[in-house]
Design a protein around this ligand. Sequence first.
Ligand code: B12
Length: 293
Amino acid sequence: MSQFFSPREVATALGVSESSLKRWVDKGLIPAQKTGGGHRRLPLDSVLRYVRRERMVLAKPEAIGLPPGTGESSAIDHAAGIEFLTALREGDEDKSRRILLDAFLGGEPVSTICDRMVAPAFHRMGELWRCNEIEVYQERRACEVCLRVIHELRRATGSGSANAPLALGATLDGDPYTLAVSMGEVVLRDLGWRAVSLGNMLPFETLHRAIETDRPRLMWLSVTSIRDDDRFIASFNTLFDTASSWGCALVVGGQAFTTELRQRLRYTTHCDTFGHLAAFAETLHPSERRGAH
Ligand code: B12
């Protein structure tokens, strides 16, 4: 997604004249850069943001390196879910990328894409794994493919303005799950936050430092796996104390948050879905409903 394209290539992809496209660039509608020789160069993520905002249909996505057919169907339905699961299972990155980009370009909020496309596909993969119907290598490859596409969406959502609130996210010590924490980042960026995932398996102590040093308005934590409940609860509650003393909302979600565990924890809010995260984030910092939703 760090690729750059010429006005001619982008015009071909969008099915418009090169002169119209140059006019849009010069009006600042599609942020672009200029080469030393004064030629306009358009980053793919700017183009995707524009297409999404204007609900344009891509005439020739191949011209900007996207899989053929990108943008043709944006439905998030049962059929698209099956197609996505099959693509992930087969390691078909082009198809996985096209399906998620379609939904994105069609104006679906990223939270909906994560909750209704990505999470169900991986839940199903977990069932297939339990029934020995999928190989471990297929599951791991699916994670890799999906992470790459999520990162692509991440770039297309932009990085938030300098005065947007900061959010930091992570998984905790011993928790190797990477997808949900990466999704939290894109969901918040889609709403205009400066969201930064710190990655997975972070020791509690370093999250205290991150809060004190970077002063995020929100920290999202995804928890799928806990080694030792009692130690986890004690460390977690101390982290909440630090977060609240610095005015940072602690937002938690993930499969390990059972009702019993939650009763012993302190946090600002627990979310079952990324839609909940988006709704909560909006209460702290209403977005300008960036993108097309
Ligand atoms: C991929 C995967 C792995 C990969 C992860 C790789 C990676 N890079 O992330 C690896 C290889 C590490 C792995 C390992 C293991 N796994 Co595993 N894994 C999965 C799988 C298939 C997908 C997990 C995932 O990413 N799901 C997608 C996310 C998005 O879904 P989600 O977490 O439910 O998120 C939703 C909500 O919870 C919420 N949410 C989640 N976090 C947050 C955070 C915030 C802030 C918010 C707002 C919302 C939110 O939003 C999402 C809804 O849209 C699951 C199946 C499943 N049911 O998920 C099994 C699964 C979790 N794994 C399982 C098991 C058994 C294991 C292993 C023990 C296997 C083994 N024998 O080694 C190890 C344990 C590792 C460990 N230390 O814990 C079991 C757990 C059973 C249990 N309850 O104990 C599952 C359920 C599979 C199964 N059906 O049996 N696994």
